[in-house]
Design a protein around this ligand. Structure first.
Ligand SMILES: [Zn+2]
Length: 183
C-alpha cells in the first residue's frame, strides 16, 4: 500500500475526495458476497478498498486515451472491477452510423461478460469534462442493472476528484432479471 497517498481511508457515499495519481498495478481480492447476478441481494460486502479505488481511477483514465470518438470528440474511459478482482477497461467506440456507437461502460461490461465474468463490484468512469463529474447514460445504467443493482459507480473529473453512487441510487425503481420471474 502506498502511504504517500494524500487521503482517504474511509469512503462516504457521495463525498468528493481528492485522489492520488499513480498506483501499482495489481490484482485485488475481496469479499463480493452481495448482488451477484442474477439474484440481487442486500449489501453485505465491505466497501471497495482504497487501493482498488485508485487502481480503477487510473485504469479508466488510461482507457479514455483509446476512445474512438471522431464525431463527438468526447472521449470516455471506464474501468470495471469484477468480484474476482479482475479489471476490464473500456472506451467509447463511435460509428459513422451514429446509433451503432457504444459507450465506454458497456464496452467494459461486454469485454468482461465475453470472458466469463458476470459478477461486478465497481466501475469508474473518466472523461475530459472539467466542470462536472462524468455520469453514465440511461442505457448504460440499465445494462449495469442487468448484473446487480448493488455495486458502486465512481464518477470522476480530470482533476482526480470523484463522487460514488450505488447503481440503485443511479437507477431507482429499476427493472431487472428477477422481474421476469414474476410472470
Ligand atoms: Zn452510456
Amino acid at each position: 500500500m502506498r502511504e504517500s497517498c494524500f487521503l482517504i481511508h474511509r469512503l462516504q457515499k457521495g463525498q468528493v475526495l481528492q485522489i492520488p495519481v499513480s498506483v501499482t498495478m495489481a490484482q485485488v481480492q475481496y469479499d463480493c458476497s452481495r448482488g451477484n447476478h442474477p439474484n440481487v441481494s442486500n449489501s453485505t460486502a465491505s466497501p471497495v478498498g482504497h487501493e482498488q479505488i485508485q487502481l480503477l481511477l487510473n485504469v479508466c483514465k488510461e482507457a479514455k486515451k483509446s476512445a474512438y470518438c471522431p464525431y463527438s470528440h468526447f472521449p470516455v474511459g471506464a474501468a470495471l472491477l469484477t468480484c474476482d478482482g479482475k479489471i476490464f477497461s473500456g472506451c467509447n467506440v463511435e460509428n459513422a452510423c451514429y446509433p451503432l456507437g457504444i459507450c465506454a461502460e458497456r464496452t467494459a461490461i461486454q469485454k468482461a461478460v465475453s470472458e466469463g465474468y458476470v459478477n461486478f463490484r465497481a466501475m469508474a468512469i473518466a472523461s475530459n469534462t472539467e466542470d462536472d463529474f462524468i455520469v453514465p447514460c440511461g442505457a448504460c445504467r440499465q445494462v449495469m442493472r442487468e448484473f446487480s443493482r448493488d455495486w458502486d459507480i465512481y464518477m470522476t473529473k480530470p482533476d482526480g476528484t470523484y463522487i460514488v453512487k450505488t447503481l440503485q441510487e443511479l437507477l431507482p425503481l429499476s427493472f431487472g432479471p428477477e422481474d421476469l420471474k414474476k410472470f
